[in-house]
Design a binder for this molecule. Structure first.
Ligand SMILES: Cc1cc2nc3c(=O)[nH]c(=O)nc-3n(C[C@H](O)[C@H](O)[C@H](O)COP(=O)(O)O)c2cc1C
Length: 367
Protein backbone atom coordinates (compact mmCIF):
# COMPACT_ATOMS: atom_id res chain seq x y z
CA UNK A 1 0.00 0.00 0.00
CA UNK A 2 3.04 2.33 0.73
CA UNK A 3 4.15 1.82 -2.83
CA UNK A 4 1.02 3.35 -4.36
CA UNK A 5 0.35 6.16 -1.93
CA UNK A 6 3.09 8.55 -0.84
CA UNK A 7 1.40 10.53 1.87
CA UNK A 8 1.95 9.21 5.34
CA UNK A 9 -1.42 10.52 6.42
CA UNK A 10 -3.12 8.79 3.64
CA UNK A 11 -1.14 5.65 4.45
CA UNK A 12 -2.26 5.78 8.03
CA UNK A 13 -5.77 6.46 6.95
CA UNK A 14 -5.75 3.54 4.53
CA UNK A 15 -4.17 1.25 7.12
CA UNK A 16 -6.83 2.33 9.51
CA UNK A 17 -9.45 1.86 6.84
CA UNK A 18 -8.14 -1.65 6.18
CA UNK A 19 -8.10 -2.55 9.77
CA UNK A 20 -11.57 -1.17 10.04
CA UNK A 21 -12.73 -3.11 6.98
CA UNK A 22 -11.11 -6.30 8.29
CA UNK A 23 -12.59 -5.91 11.68
CA UNK A 24 -15.97 -4.98 10.27
CA UNK A 25 -15.77 -7.86 7.79
CA UNK A 26 -14.93 -10.30 10.52
CA UNK A 27 -17.68 -8.87 12.64
CA UNK A 28 -20.23 -9.14 9.87
CA UNK A 29 -19.09 -12.67 9.02
CA UNK A 30 -19.24 -13.65 12.65
CA UNK A 31 -22.68 -12.11 13.06
CA UNK A 32 -23.94 -13.77 9.87
CA UNK A 33 -22.64 -17.13 11.02
CA UNK A 34 -24.08 -16.58 14.43
CA UNK A 35 -27.52 -15.69 13.10
CA UNK A 36 -27.42 -18.66 10.70
CA UNK A 37 -26.59 -20.90 13.65
CA UNK A 38 -29.40 -19.32 15.68
CA UNK A 39 -31.85 -19.84 12.80
CA UNK A 40 -30.78 -23.45 12.48
CA UNK A 41 -31.25 -23.89 16.18
CA UNK A 42 -34.70 -22.34 15.95
CA UNK A 43 -35.68 -24.64 13.08
CA UNK A 44 -34.38 -27.64 14.99
CA UNK A 45 -36.27 -26.50 18.06
CA UNK A 46 -39.48 -26.03 16.06
CA UNK A 47 -39.16 -29.47 14.47
CA UNK A 48 -38.54 -31.02 17.91
CA UNK A 49 -41.63 -29.26 19.27
CA UNK A 50 -43.74 -30.55 16.40
CA UNK A 51 -42.46 -34.08 17.07
CA UNK A 52 -42.85 -33.94 20.82
CA UNK A 53 -46.25 -32.30 20.91
CA UNK A 54 -47.92 -33.61 17.76
CA UNK A 55 -46.20 -36.46 15.92
CA UNK A 56 -45.20 -38.71 18.84
CA UNK A 57 -48.53 -38.41 20.75
CA UNK A 58 -50.54 -39.01 17.59
CA UNK A 59 -48.32 -41.97 16.70
CA UNK A 60 -48.65 -43.50 20.17
CA UNK A 61 -52.40 -42.78 20.25
CA UNK A 62 -52.86 -44.49 16.89
CA UNK A 63 -50.71 -47.46 17.76
CA UNK A 64 -52.49 -47.78 21.12
CA UNK A 65 -55.83 -47.53 19.33
CA UNK A 66 -54.93 -50.15 16.77
CA UNK A 67 -53.51 -52.35 19.53
CA UNK A 68 -56.74 -52.12 21.51
CA UNK A 69 -58.87 -52.60 18.43
CA UNK A 70 -56.80 -55.63 17.54
CA UNK A 71 -57.41 -56.99 21.04
CA UNK A 72 -61.11 -56.24 20.78
CA UNK A 73 -61.12 -58.20 17.54
CA UNK A 74 -59.42 -61.06 19.30
CA UNK A 75 -62.20 -60.96 21.87
CA UNK A 76 -64.90 -60.77 19.25
CA UNK A 77 -63.42 -63.52 17.17
CA UNK A 78 -63.40 -65.93 20.08
CA UNK A 79 -65.62 -68.60 18.67
CA UNK A 80 -68.19 -70.12 20.94
CA UNK A 81 -67.16 -73.41 19.50
CA UNK A 82 -63.40 -72.98 19.55
CA UNK A 83 -61.41 -76.11 20.23
CA UNK A 84 -60.72 -74.84 23.74
CA UNK A 85 -64.32 -75.17 24.82
CA UNK A 86 -65.60 -77.45 22.12
CA UNK A 87 -67.58 -79.79 24.32
CA UNK A 88 -69.51 -77.03 26.11
CA UNK A 89 -68.89 -73.33 25.57
CA UNK A 90 -70.96 -71.93 28.43
CA UNK A 91 -68.81 -73.17 31.33
CA UNK A 92 -69.10 -69.83 33.06
CA UNK A 93 -71.87 -67.25 32.61
CA UNK A 94 -72.69 -63.97 34.24
CA UNK A 95 -76.34 -64.09 35.29
CA UNK A 96 -78.86 -61.73 33.71
CA UNK A 97 -79.49 -58.99 36.26
CA UNK A 98 -81.97 -56.19 35.78
CA UNK A 99 -80.33 -52.75 36.05
CA UNK A 100 -76.84 -54.32 36.19
CA UNK A 101 -76.01 -56.39 33.13
CA UNK A 102 -76.43 -53.46 30.77
CA UNK A 103 -73.97 -52.76 27.96
CA UNK A 104 -71.57 -50.85 30.23
CA UNK A 105 -71.28 -53.67 32.75
CA UNK A 106 -70.93 -56.16 29.92
CA UNK A 107 -68.10 -54.13 28.37
CA UNK A 108 -66.16 -54.18 31.63
CA UNK A 109 -66.93 -57.87 32.04
CA UNK A 110 -65.62 -58.65 28.58
CA UNK A 111 -62.37 -56.85 29.36
CA UNK A 112 -62.01 -59.15 32.35
CA UNK A 113 -62.77 -62.36 30.49
CA UNK A 114 -62.92 -63.39 26.84
CA UNK A 115 -64.68 -66.71 27.24
CA UNK A 116 -67.49 -66.06 29.73
CA UNK A 117 -71.01 -66.06 28.33
CA UNK A 118 -72.73 -62.74 29.00
CA UNK A 119 -76.45 -62.07 29.34
CA UNK A 120 -78.53 -58.98 28.83
CA UNK A 121 -81.07 -57.91 31.41
CA UNK A 122 -84.48 -59.45 30.80
CA UNK A 123 -86.29 -57.61 28.00
CA UNK A 124 -90.03 -58.14 27.78
CA UNK A 125 -91.30 -59.23 24.34
CA UNK A 126 -93.96 -56.51 24.14
CA UNK A 127 -91.33 -53.87 24.93
CA UNK A 128 -89.30 -54.99 21.92
CA UNK A 129 -92.36 -55.00 19.70
CA UNK A 130 -93.90 -51.66 20.72
CA UNK A 131 -91.05 -49.46 21.91
CA UNK A 132 -90.01 -46.46 19.90
CA UNK A 133 -86.57 -46.62 21.50
CA UNK A 134 -85.30 -50.04 20.48
CA UNK A 135 -81.67 -49.03 21.04
CA UNK A 136 -82.42 -48.24 24.66
CA UNK A 137 -83.49 -51.84 25.26
CA UNK A 138 -81.33 -53.83 22.86
CA UNK A 139 -78.16 -51.83 22.28
CA UNK A 140 -75.02 -53.97 22.47
CA UNK A 141 -71.49 -53.86 21.12
CA UNK A 142 -71.64 -57.15 19.23
CA UNK A 143 -68.01 -56.99 18.12
CA UNK A 144 -66.94 -56.96 21.76
CA UNK A 145 -69.65 -58.63 23.84
CA UNK A 146 -70.16 -61.97 22.10
CA UNK A 147 -70.83 -64.64 23.32
CA UNK A 148 -73.90 -62.70 24.38
CA UNK A 149 -77.39 -64.00 25.17
CA UNK A 150 -80.55 -61.92 25.00
CA UNK A 151 -82.94 -62.85 27.79
CA UNK A 152 -86.58 -62.57 26.79
CA UNK A 153 -89.62 -62.39 29.04
CA UNK A 154 -93.17 -63.08 27.91
CA UNK A 155 -95.97 -65.59 27.79
CA UNK A 156 -97.61 -65.20 24.38
CA UNK A 157 -95.95 -67.29 21.66
CA UNK A 158 -96.90 -64.99 18.75
CA UNK A 159 -95.38 -62.01 20.57
CA UNK A 160 -92.30 -64.02 21.46
CA UNK A 161 -91.83 -64.93 17.82
CA UNK A 162 -92.12 -61.31 16.67
CA UNK A 163 -89.80 -60.04 19.41
CA UNK A 164 -87.15 -62.70 18.65
CA UNK A 165 -87.23 -61.79 14.97
CA UNK A 166 -86.70 -58.10 15.74
CA UNK A 167 -83.86 -59.02 18.09
CA UNK A 168 -82.29 -61.30 15.48
CA UNK A 169 -82.42 -58.51 12.90
CA UNK A 170 -80.87 -56.24 15.51
CA UNK A 171 -77.88 -58.59 15.84
CA UNK A 172 -78.59 -61.12 18.62
CA UNK A 173 -77.63 -64.74 17.94
CA UNK A 174 -78.47 -66.45 21.25
CA UNK A 175 -81.73 -66.34 23.17
CA UNK A 176 -82.89 -67.34 26.63
CA UNK A 177 -86.40 -67.50 28.06
CA UNK A 178 -86.94 -66.23 31.59
CA UNK A 179 -88.84 -68.82 33.64
CA UNK A 180 -87.45 -67.78 36.98
CA UNK A 181 -88.31 -64.19 37.76
CA UNK A 182 -90.48 -64.13 40.89
CA UNK A 183 -91.35 -60.43 40.76
CA UNK A 184 -95.11 -59.91 41.19
CA UNK A 185 -95.31 -57.36 38.41
CA UNK A 186 -93.93 -60.03 36.12
CA UNK A 187 -95.73 -63.04 37.62
CA UNK A 188 -99.19 -61.40 37.41
CA UNK A 189 -98.69 -59.81 34.04
CA UNK A 190 -99.94 -62.53 31.69
CA UNK A 191 -98.30 -65.20 33.89
CA UNK A 192 -94.68 -65.10 33.01
CA UNK A 193 -91.35 -65.49 34.75
CA UNK A 194 -91.30 -68.20 37.45
CA UNK A 195 -95.07 -68.71 37.19
CA UNK A 196 -94.37 -70.45 33.88
CA UNK A 197 -92.83 -73.34 35.82
CA UNK A 198 -96.45 -74.47 36.25
CA UNK A 199 -97.01 -74.49 32.47
CA UNK A 200 -94.30 -76.54 30.74
CA UNK A 201 -96.44 -76.90 27.60
CA UNK A 202 -96.68 -73.14 27.23
CA UNK A 203 -92.93 -72.82 27.84
CA UNK A 204 -92.39 -75.31 25.00
CA UNK A 205 -94.57 -73.21 22.69
CA UNK A 206 -92.68 -70.07 23.65
CA UNK A 207 -89.26 -71.51 22.92
CA UNK A 208 -90.48 -73.09 19.69
CA UNK A 209 -91.80 -69.66 18.68
CA UNK A 210 -88.33 -68.20 19.23
CA UNK A 211 -86.70 -70.99 17.20
CA UNK A 212 -89.21 -70.58 14.37
CA UNK A 213 -88.48 -66.87 14.11
CA UNK A 214 -84.80 -67.50 13.38
CA UNK A 215 -83.58 -68.08 9.82
CA UNK A 216 -80.97 -70.62 10.98
CA UNK A 217 -80.80 -72.88 14.06
CA UNK A 218 -79.28 -70.87 16.92
CA UNK A 219 -78.91 -71.57 20.65
CA UNK A 220 -82.16 -71.09 22.58
CA UNK A 221 -82.10 -71.89 26.30
CA UNK A 222 -84.36 -71.74 29.35
CA UNK A 223 -83.50 -70.27 32.75
CA UNK A 224 -85.77 -71.70 35.41
CA UNK A 225 -86.19 -72.43 39.13
CA UNK A 226 -86.63 -75.83 40.80
CA UNK A 227 -90.35 -75.25 41.33
CA UNK A 228 -92.73 -72.67 42.74
CA UNK A 229 -94.23 -72.15 46.19
CA UNK A 230 -94.26 -75.26 48.37
CA UNK A 231 -93.72 -77.79 45.60
CA UNK A 232 -90.69 -79.70 46.90
CA UNK A 233 -90.58 -82.83 44.78
CA UNK A 234 -87.79 -83.60 42.31
CA UNK A 235 -90.43 -85.12 40.01
CA UNK A 236 -91.93 -81.70 39.36
CA UNK A 237 -88.58 -80.45 38.01
CA UNK A 238 -88.01 -83.69 36.13
CA UNK A 239 -91.38 -83.37 34.35
CA UNK A 240 -90.72 -79.74 33.51
CA UNK A 241 -87.35 -80.54 31.93
CA UNK A 242 -88.66 -83.61 30.13
CA UNK A 243 -91.59 -81.70 28.58
CA UNK A 244 -89.63 -78.62 27.56
CA UNK A 245 -86.71 -80.62 26.17
CA UNK A 246 -88.90 -82.91 24.09
CA UNK A 247 -91.75 -80.62 23.01
CA UNK A 248 -89.73 -77.42 22.97
CA UNK A 249 -86.50 -79.00 21.66
CA UNK A 250 -84.43 -77.32 24.34
CA UNK A 251 -81.00 -78.79 25.02
CA UNK A 252 -79.64 -76.47 27.68
CA UNK A 253 -81.29 -75.50 30.98
CA UNK A 254 -79.93 -72.96 33.45
CA UNK A 255 -81.34 -73.81 36.85
CA UNK A 256 -81.46 -71.34 39.73
CA UNK A 257 -81.45 -74.11 42.28
CA UNK A 258 -84.15 -72.89 44.66
CA UNK A 259 -87.93 -72.48 44.55
CA UNK A 260 -89.65 -69.22 43.72
CA UNK A 261 -92.33 -68.20 46.18
CA UNK A 262 -95.05 -66.35 44.32
CA UNK A 263 -98.05 -64.33 45.49
CA UNK A 264 -96.19 -61.42 47.08
CA UNK A 265 -95.12 -63.36 50.17
CA UNK A 266 -91.44 -62.63 49.45
CA UNK A 267 -89.81 -59.69 47.69
CA UNK A 268 -87.60 -60.52 44.68
CA UNK A 269 -84.58 -60.07 46.95
CA UNK A 270 -85.96 -62.48 49.58
CA UNK A 271 -86.80 -64.89 46.78
CA UNK A 272 -83.09 -65.03 45.97
CA UNK A 273 -82.10 -65.72 49.56
CA UNK A 274 -84.73 -67.51 51.64
CA UNK A 275 -85.83 -70.60 49.68
CA UNK A 276 -83.09 -73.20 50.33
CA UNK A 277 -80.62 -74.11 47.60
CA UNK A 278 -80.82 -77.71 46.40
CA UNK A 279 -77.88 -78.32 44.12
CA UNK A 280 -78.45 -82.05 44.30
CA UNK A 281 -81.62 -81.67 42.21
CA UNK A 282 -79.51 -80.32 39.36
CA UNK A 283 -76.97 -83.13 39.80
CA UNK A 284 -79.87 -85.56 39.47
CA UNK A 285 -80.95 -83.89 36.23
CA UNK A 286 -77.40 -84.45 34.95
CA UNK A 287 -77.80 -88.17 35.59
CA UNK A 288 -81.35 -88.44 34.29
CA UNK A 289 -80.86 -86.44 31.07
CA UNK A 290 -77.37 -87.28 29.85
CA UNK A 291 -78.19 -85.88 26.39
CA UNK A 292 -78.93 -82.40 27.78
CA UNK A 293 -76.72 -79.61 29.20
CA UNK A 294 -77.23 -78.08 32.64
CA UNK A 295 -75.90 -74.90 34.18
CA UNK A 296 -76.06 -74.49 37.95
CA UNK A 297 -76.98 -71.10 39.40
CA UNK A 298 -77.54 -69.75 42.91
CA UNK A 299 -75.19 -68.78 45.73
CA UNK A 300 -71.88 -69.52 44.00
CA UNK A 301 -69.15 -67.21 45.27
CA UNK A 302 -65.65 -68.63 44.80
CA UNK A 303 -63.47 -70.33 42.19
CA UNK A 304 -62.99 -73.29 44.52
CA UNK A 305 -66.74 -73.95 44.79
CA UNK A 306 -67.08 -73.73 41.03
CA UNK A 307 -64.06 -75.83 40.14
CA UNK A 308 -65.43 -78.49 42.44
CA UNK A 309 -68.76 -78.57 40.57
CA UNK A 310 -67.70 -78.30 36.94
CA UNK A 311 -67.13 -81.27 34.68
CA UNK A 312 -63.34 -81.11 34.05
CA UNK A 313 -62.31 -79.74 30.66
CA UNK A 314 -60.40 -82.89 29.74
CA UNK A 315 -63.23 -85.18 30.81
CA UNK A 316 -65.15 -87.17 28.23
CA UNK A 317 -68.19 -86.65 30.41
CA UNK A 318 -67.29 -89.90 32.19
CA UNK A 319 -68.00 -89.28 35.84
CA UNK A 320 -70.86 -86.80 36.25
CA UNK A 321 -71.26 -87.38 39.98
CA UNK A 322 -72.16 -84.02 41.56
CA UNK A 323 -70.97 -82.17 38.49
CA UNK A 324 -72.57 -79.79 36.00
CA UNK A 325 -71.59 -78.59 32.53
CA UNK A 326 -71.71 -74.91 33.41
CA UNK A 327 -72.09 -72.45 36.25
CA UNK A 328 -73.75 -69.06 36.37
CA UNK A 329 -72.79 -66.36 38.87
CA UNK A 330 -74.89 -63.29 39.66
CA UNK A 331 -74.58 -61.20 42.81
CA UNK A 332 -70.96 -62.09 43.48
CA UNK A 333 -70.06 -60.49 40.13
CA UNK A 334 -71.74 -57.27 41.28
CA UNK A 335 -70.22 -57.38 44.75
CA UNK A 336 -66.62 -58.21 43.80
CA UNK A 337 -66.14 -57.75 40.04
CA UNK A 338 -62.31 -57.80 40.10
CA UNK A 339 -62.17 -61.02 42.07
CA UNK A 340 -63.51 -62.58 38.86
CA UNK A 341 -60.60 -61.43 36.69
CA UNK A 342 -59.11 -64.94 36.44
CA UNK A 343 -62.09 -66.79 34.95
CA UNK A 344 -60.28 -67.49 31.67
CA UNK A 345 -57.27 -69.07 33.34
CA UNK A 346 -59.12 -70.89 36.11
CA UNK A 347 -62.26 -72.05 34.34
CA UNK A 348 -61.20 -72.22 30.69
CA UNK A 349 -57.47 -73.07 31.09
CA UNK A 350 -56.80 -70.07 28.89
CA UNK A 351 -54.98 -66.78 29.42
CA UNK A 352 -56.56 -63.90 31.32
CA UNK A 353 -56.87 -60.78 29.16
CA UNK A 354 -55.29 -58.41 31.73
CA UNK A 355 -54.67 -54.73 30.84
CA UNK A 356 -58.19 -53.96 32.04
CA UNK A 357 -57.18 -50.63 33.52
CA UNK A 358 -55.44 -49.56 30.32
CA UNK A 359 -58.48 -50.41 28.25
CA UNK A 360 -60.68 -48.61 30.75
CA UNK A 361 -58.49 -45.45 30.53
CA UNK A 362 -58.67 -45.57 26.74
CA UNK A 363 -62.46 -45.98 26.94
CA UNK A 364 -62.85 -43.02 29.34
CA UNK A 365 -60.50 -40.84 27.24
CA UNK A 366 -62.40 -41.62 24.07
CA UNK A 367 -65.66 -40.37 25.58
C1 LIG B 1 -80.45 -57.18 40.88
C2 LIG B 1 -80.84 -58.50 40.27
C3 LIG B 1 -81.56 -58.50 39.10
C4 LIG B 1 -81.91 -59.72 38.50
N1 LIG B 1 -82.56 -59.71 37.29
C5 LIG B 1 -82.78 -60.90 36.66
C6 LIG B 1 -83.31 -60.94 35.34
O1 LIG B 1 -83.56 -59.92 34.70
N2 LIG B 1 -83.54 -62.16 34.78
C7 LIG B 1 -83.24 -63.35 35.45
O2 LIG B 1 -83.45 -64.44 34.90
N3 LIG B 1 -82.73 -63.33 36.68
C8 LIG B 1 -82.48 -62.14 37.29
N4 LIG B 1 -81.88 -62.13 38.52
C9 LIG B 1 -81.53 -63.42 39.17
C10 LIG B 1 -80.10 -63.81 38.78
O3 LIG B 1 -79.99 -64.02 37.41
C11 LIG B 1 -79.67 -65.10 39.51
O4 LIG B 1 -80.50 -66.16 39.07
C12 LIG B 1 -79.80 -64.99 41.03
O5 LIG B 1 -79.26 -63.78 41.49
C13 LIG B 1 -79.07 -66.15 41.72
O6 LIG B 1 -77.69 -66.17 41.40
P1 LIG B 1 -76.59 -65.61 42.45
O7 LIG B 1 -76.85 -66.29 43.76
O8 LIG B 1 -75.29 -65.98 41.86
O9 LIG B 1 -76.81 -64.14 42.56
C14 LIG B 1 -81.55 -60.94 39.13
C15 LIG B 1 -80.80 -60.90 40.31
C16 LIG B 1 -80.43 -59.70 40.87
C17 LIG B 1 -79.61 -59.69 42.14
Amino acid sequence: MNFFVGSRDIFIEIEFFHAFINQEFLGITFRALKSAYMSLRMVFYLISCIFIYFVIPSWSYNSMKSFLQKNANVVSSTSKFSSLTSHFPDRFSVAPMMDYTNRHQRKLQRWLTKHTTLYTEMVVATTIIYTKQLDRHLEADFTLEEPLVLQLGGSIPSQMKEAAKIAYDYGYRQFNLNVGCPSDTVADNGCFGAALMLKPDLVSELVLAIQESLPTPLPVTVKCRLAVNNEESYEFLYNFVETVSTKGKIKHFIVHARNAILGGKFSPDQNRKIPPLKYHYVYRLMNDFPHLYFTLNGGLQTYEEIEDKLVPLESNLGNLQNKVHGVMVGRSIINQPFYWRNIDSRIYSSVDPGMVLLRFCYFVNSK
